[in-house]
Design a protein around this ligand. Structure first.
Ligand code: NAD
Length: 492
């Protein structure tokens, strides 16, 4: 395939202003001062668009000290004040959506409409946390004696540290920050160095909304150095991470060895089950759209397609038709429906998945290779006739690859869907209530979507089971990870 024509137009990105990258510590935006820096690349062009300052050890200590100090007062703040600040951040997100979205496209690569959409959706997340933080309740337990009063209090856990990834750089960060701030905790967050503009923009909004100094702090650096330092810090009581399963296990082990609470939102390998009785055209259209959103770099992306034999050929043909309409190009071009991969290390990863599938006899129906030599573009790829032990069927592809295979019976497909250690999301297409119920009951996953994609809303819990994680974000569960339970009993 040739270089997308619209890439030449990307020369304009050079002239567009980008976020002024910095750290945010104790209410101050800081940079320079001889700090180590790393370049930030535009994945559509390979150009360096900015330099990101790393936190020194002194910066990390300052951030931790500020978060510890601020916790003493923030924990006692009125939920109405927390709510007011979160609401203001929601408003600012809507006001600043264009600039923030454009900067996400510049450093992460996703199409501009998707980037702006991410910001707008997150305004809703802020509103939800603003509402729910006013409803953090305890309870009274009836005593065994009349002169005793027993109460259960829910208190903020303390200083939190969070590590967030590059695929939804705004969404992943704001969910953790809104939950911590709403619960009365303080937080030090290390965002994704590959796509840092969104987290800096979030810090600016909380600052402008009047969040007291030290409640939110933003640092950057070499991921394992920063995370190790912060997790071990004595004042830190909670660790929240979104990213890959192997890194999540490392961080969970470190947190466990220091007895810190964790929320882990880790990778998935979501099965899609399309039954014979499904509306095949609708399923193929929705799934093709969803599969290649954000170039497949989505933890809940559909990644293993199990299609019942009778409709397999028709489904593959329709899916291919829709896939071939995808316009790959720089995200800044409004005509692009799929941008580049977020960084160049994902290209060899995609090539390895395709190479392995080919060796095992798979057919590459479309795509299967990099597009051009400028930017990290990889063609939307559909693979058929591959065995269940192909690498792409067992390891999270996290890219624009859709592997398809047949199944015969519901028991067989549920066993195959549940055969991996992942358990994040899953998708079922059927018009049979019997199949729908069997799939809902039988699939081992934190989320089951039947005939549509309905997850990741502010009011619904998002999270995985098995190796895909611990805890939920969103929904009425959203504060659970940021609160501790205190039992109080009193006798007169
Ligand atoms: P990676 O595992 O090196 O990094 C993933 C994310 O974790 C990055 O944001 C990175 O900065 C961060 N990270 C890595 N090591 C860390 C550490 N020791 N401490 C704190 N943060 C750390 O992989 P990658 O090449 O950047 O991305 C590819 C893989 O990451 C994919 O295979 C996918 O499984 C996973 N991923 C998952 C999600 C998700 O939403 N679950 C998001 C992004 C990436």
């Amino acid at each position: 395939m040739n270089q997308p024509a619209s890439i030449e137009r990307n020369a304009v990105t050079k002239a567009i202003a980008y976020e002024d990258l910095c750290l945010y510590i104790d209410g101050e935006f800081v940079k320079d001062g001889g700090r180590r820096e790393q370049p930030v690349f535009n994945p559509a062009t390979g150009e360096v668009i900015a330099q990101l300052p790393h936190a020194s050890k002194t910066d990390l200590d300052r951030a931790l000290a500020a978060a510890s100090r601020a916790f003493k007062t923030w924990r006692q703040s009125s939920p109405l004040d927390r709510s007011r600040i979160l609401r203001r951040v929601a408003e600012l997100s809507r006001e600043r959506q264009q600039d923030i979205g454009r900067n996400i496209t510049l450093d992460m690569g996703k199409p501009i409409a998707e980037a702006i959409g991410e910001v707008v959706v997150c305004a809703d997340h802020c509103d939800w946390h603003a509402e729910e933080c006013r409803r953090i309740y305890g309870r009274v337990i009836l005593p065994r004696m009349p002169n005793v009063r027993q109460m259960v209090l829910r208190e903020p856990v303390g200083v939190c540290v969070a590590f967030t990834p590059w695929n939804f750089p705004y969404n992943q960060a704001i969910r953790k920050i809104a939950a911590a701030v709403g619960a009365g905790c303080t937080i030090v967050i290390k965002g994704p160095e590959d796509a840092p503009s969104a987290v800096v923009a979030i810090a600016r909004m909380f600052h402008d909304a009047g969040l007291p100094p030290g409640v939110l702090n933003v640092v950057w650096g070499v991921p394992h150095e920063v995370s190790e330092y912060l997790i071990k810090a004595p004042d830190v009581r909670k660790v929240s991470f979104t990213g890959s399963v192997p890194i999540g296990k490392q961080l969970a082990a470190l947190a466990g060895s220091h007895m810190k609470r964790i929320t882990m939102e880790l990778g998935g390998h979501s099965p899609v089950i399309v039954f014979d009785d499904a509306d095949v055209d609708r399923a193929a259209r929705l799934l093709s759209n969803f599969k290649f959103r954000n170039a497949g770099q989505v933890c809940v992306s559909p990644t293993r397609f199990y299609v019942q034999s009778r409709v397999y050929d028709a489904f593959v043909a329709k899916f291919l038709d829709y896939t071939k309409t995808i316009k790959v190009g720089p995200g800044i071009d409004p005509e692009s429906s799929m941008g580049p991969l977020a960084h160049d290390r994902r290209l060899p990863a995609m090539e390895q998945f395709v190479e392995d599938a080919r060796k095992r006899g798979a057919t590459v129906e479309t795509g299967g290779e990099r597009i051009g030599t400028v930017g990290n573009f990889f063609a939307p790829t559909v693979l058929t006739n591959l065995p269940d032990d192909a690498m792409v069927m067992t390891s999270e592809p996290f890219g624009p690859i859709a592997p398809m295979t047949r199944f015969e019976t519901i028991d067989e497909v549920l066993a195959r869907a549940n055969s991996l250690p992942y358990g994040l999301s899953s998708y079922v297409f059927t018009t049979s209530t019997k199949n729908a119920l069997a799939a809902q009951n039988g699939i081992e996953a934190g989320m089951v979507n039947v005939n549509h994609f309905g997850q990741a809303l502010p009011e619904t819990p998002f999270g995985g089971i098995k190796d895909s994680g611990i805890g939920s974000e969103g929904g009425s569960e959203t504060f659970d990870g940021y609160l501790v339970t205190k039992f109080v009993t009193q006798m007169d």
